[in-house]
Ligand binder design. Structure first.
Ligand code: DX5
Ligand code: ZN
Length: 214
């Protein structure tokens, strides 16, 4: 079963409480929360105080995507509220230690690769991951166009997980809509992040159901 993880990046934050309720009723599986530091990516979003408030208002698992430099500095902080905690392969130094640290908190660990990173680079880290996130846009902004090069990366990772006999969620993030979702699913994605496609709609629940039933 494909999981849907709506990204709240392009949401109206003052409406978030109501929107989260609507998403819960629509049957989403988790909430994707994009943390940006203005250094690793050229944009600043929000941090743990917002995530804490969201945690207090929903039982949905929180899928926290860190787009920050040297993420190991903040793992203990974000692990307080995250259910899945992902950070970028390109942003850290000792990625294995960071993944282990996330798991020590009882949080699901995930590593993310940008469009410029080949999937082979993370093969040896897979046993430490509960999820892998393949970016299908350059990280930093919602509402961008899906990059088809992500599809072969998903397939390569799906094959490698099979080869290593690992049961890992494969998440794809960026430009997901009713046209690109089926392509990502056929390539092996099991978790779809969708921001703009859901939050720009007048009927968010219809959009969720549309992607979920593909
Ligand atoms: C981009 C973020 C995404 C973004 C996806 O850096 O990681 O999660 O919100 O948004 P859409 O679905 O609009 O491409
Ligand atoms: Zn994201």
């Amino acid at each position: 079963m494909i999981k849907i993880s709506p990204s709240v990046l392009t949401a109206d934050f003052l409406e978030l409480k109501h929107d989260i309720k609507k998403l819960e009723e629509a049957g989403v599986d988790m909430l994707h929360l994009d943390v940006m530091d203005g250094e690793f990516v050229p944009n600043i979003s929000f941090g743990n105080p917002i995530i804490k408030s969201i945690k207090e208002h929903t039982n949905l698992p929180l899928d926290v995507h860190l787009m920050i430099n040297k993420p190991h500095r903040y793992i203990d902080e974000f692990a307080k509220y995250a259910d899945y905690l992902s950070f970028h392969y390109e942003a850290g130094s000792d990625n294995a230690a960071t993944l282990k640290r996330i798991r020590e908190h009882g949080v699901k660990s995930a590593i993310v690769i940008k469009p410029c990173t080949e999937p082979e680079k993370i093969f040896d880290l897979l046993p430490l991951c509960d999820m892998v996130l393949v970016m299908s846009v350059e990280p930093g902004f919602g509402g961008q166009k899906f990059m088809p090069a992500a599809l072969s990366k998903l397939s390569v990772l799906r094959e490698e997980c099979k080869r290593q006999n690992l049961d890992i969620l494969l998440e794809v993030d960026g430009g997901i809509n009713a046209q690109t979702a089926p392509l990502a699913i056929s390539a092996g994605a099991t978790v779809l992040v969708a921001g703009n496609y859901i939050f720009s709609a007048s009927d968010m629940a219809a959009r969720v159901k549309e992607i979920k039933l593909l």
